[in-house]
Structures are given as C-alpha cells and as structure tokens.
Design a protein around this ligand. Sequence first.
Ligand code: WQD
Length: 341
Amino acid sequence: MAKILVTGGTGYIGSHTTVELQKAGHEVVIIDNLSNSNIHVLDGIERISGVRPEFVEGDVTDLATLRKLFETHPGIDGIINFAASKAVGESVEQPLKYYRNNLVSLLNLLDLMPEYGVKGIVFSSSCTVYGEPDVNPIDETAPIKPATSPYGNTKQISEEIITDTIHAGAPFKSILLRYFNPVGAHPSAEIGELPNGVPNNLIPYLTQTAAGIRKQLTVFGDDYNTPDGSCIRDFIDVVDLAKAHVIAMGRMLDNPESPKLEVFNLGTGRGLSVLELIASFERSTGVKVPYVIGQRREGDIEKIWADPAKANNVLGWKAEASIDDTMRNAWRWQQKLAGKV
Ligand code: WQD
C-alpha cells in the first residue's frame, strides 16, 4: 500500500477521501491550515476508519512548511490536492486571495514532487472549467470556455500548469478530476460538509432550512429553459466522489501503462433540477423545506450534467448512491450538527 499526502484533508471532500484511502489500506498524511474546516474532523475520520491520520497544521502556499513536511514524513508516494479556496462569489470580491492561494500551493507541490520522489498527483478540478455547455451530457472533449469567476479561472490555470509541467518531462503522473456538484455526507454522520457562515451551496442551505436554522430556501429562478424552469445540475454523492480518488491514485501508482496525464469527469450522468432535488429531500426524509422562487443568481449556469463514460470505462468507477440516500445522509449529518442524532 502507499503513503498519500492529502492537502486540505480536513475539508469536505478531503475528509471523505481520507476515509476511503484508509479503507483501501493506504497511510494518509493531511496538511491543512484549518481556514475552512476544523481539527475535530480528524476525530470523525478516526471514528469511521479506526485510524487517525497524521496531521500537519500548515499552509501549502508556504514552501518551507511543505519542505519540512516532506522531510519529517519521508516516503510519500502520491498527493491528492484539495487545498484551495472554493467560493465562487468570494473569488469575485477577492481575486488575488484566490490566485495566490490556489496557484502558489499547486506550484509548491509540483516543485517539490521530483525532489522527494513523489510519483503522482490527483488534482481536484471542477466542471466549472466548461462554463455553460453547448450540449449535455458533457464529456472530457468538450471545449474549455472562458472562466466566469476567478475561482473557475484558478481551476483552468491549474490544469494548464500541470499539463505543461507533465509535457516538459516531469518525473511524475497526474490525473485531473473534474467534479460536478458534490453533495451529501458520510452515512455514519461522523463527517460531512461544514459550511462557514451562510452557505453558498444549495444542499447545506437546504438542510439548514429544513432544520429551522434558515427561515426559507430561495430557489434562484424558475424561468430557465428547463422542464420545471429551475437549473439542472449533476449532484454526485461525496462518498462516490471520494472512491474515484482512490481508484485514480491506484491507477497512477500501480499501472505503469497508464498515461502520464489523464482527465476525468466525475458525475452521475443524471441531470436533476433544483426543484427535483428539493422533492427528493422531502420524499426521502419526510421533512418539508419551505422555499420561495427568487431572482436568478448572477453567473449561474442553466444546465450541466456529466457524461461519465470515460471514468466508468477507464477507471472502472461508477456513481452508485441514489439521490434519495444521499439526501437522507445529508439530513442525518445536519441533525448530528444540531446534536439531534
Ligand atoms: C446549485 C444550484 C443555484 C443555492 C458551485 C461551483 C462549483 C462547485 C460547486 C466548488 C444552482 C441553486 C443554490 C441556493 C439555489 N464549487 N441554488 N438556492 O453553483 O452549481 O457550483 O458549487 O467546488 O465549482 O461553481 O453549486 O450549490 O451553489 O448551486 O437555488 O440557496 O442550486 O442557482 O442552480 P453551483 P450551488
């Protein structure tokens, strides 16, 4: 088995991926500056897997911190890079924070990988690089469109940095994973999404509304060119998403024939509207979600969902969770946060 560095490993997708890496027998070292998570996530990971990952509190944008980590944790075989700022709206207000944090952290990792013999890096990318698709479902050959936010631009630039570095002959491999909309929580309710302040994303706002923390959910527009007028997304269960990372890492480290650079869309292949998601939550939990129809949110894409055939066929990975199960897990996590479970 391998030793994997998970940057941003106390975050939402990072923590779920750490659990799946440990279940697969890997040793995990986490580095996180706790700017958008908290140290108690390690307790949740340990309660699920029985193993407390090595943890370094630090900032990946600081080269000296990162070098010290590689010195004190020798033998790291692979990296999964989650550490990044990820709020679309905040990135418009604070672009320099996003360019510095998301790009300098990646540059530092790529700089040190050859020196410490790291064989592969999985990069956490996003379907946001596609912008508004011309056709759906969307596969990896779809054109990359001009980013609609500095956040999205950092994902595009990061992919280009990795591509150019690999093409220049770097002695390591990379797999770019373009996520659609990660949702849900671990079925144990020991880890889940921990939004800071008022949630931007749909599911945490929805579950907080169901819990009475928020008065009502606003559906940002029902006048789109979709069957029920609300936007369509590809909501992918966070545990399914985490499992794809373990497979991708194994492919890079264990398959000498695999290409030096690969890109995969990680989605279910199922487009669901915002109103359909609300209906799924209410059906699966029995809890009503008070909502109103509001104005469209600037920058929102009308509809996007994945063609996951490449990940299905090449990685042998397929999203398995039903949306109702995912909504039930999201609700259990929200109740746990409120101390009700
Ligand atoms: C989903 C749908 C909203 C909140 C973004 C990033 C993406 C990734 C995931 C980081 C949209 C609607 C939302 C609400 C609503 N980010 N909505 N009321 O914008 O698809 O994707 O988050 O990794 O890169 O682009 O996700 O959850 O914000 O919105 O009606 O209170 O829900 O209009 O149609 P989005 P989202």
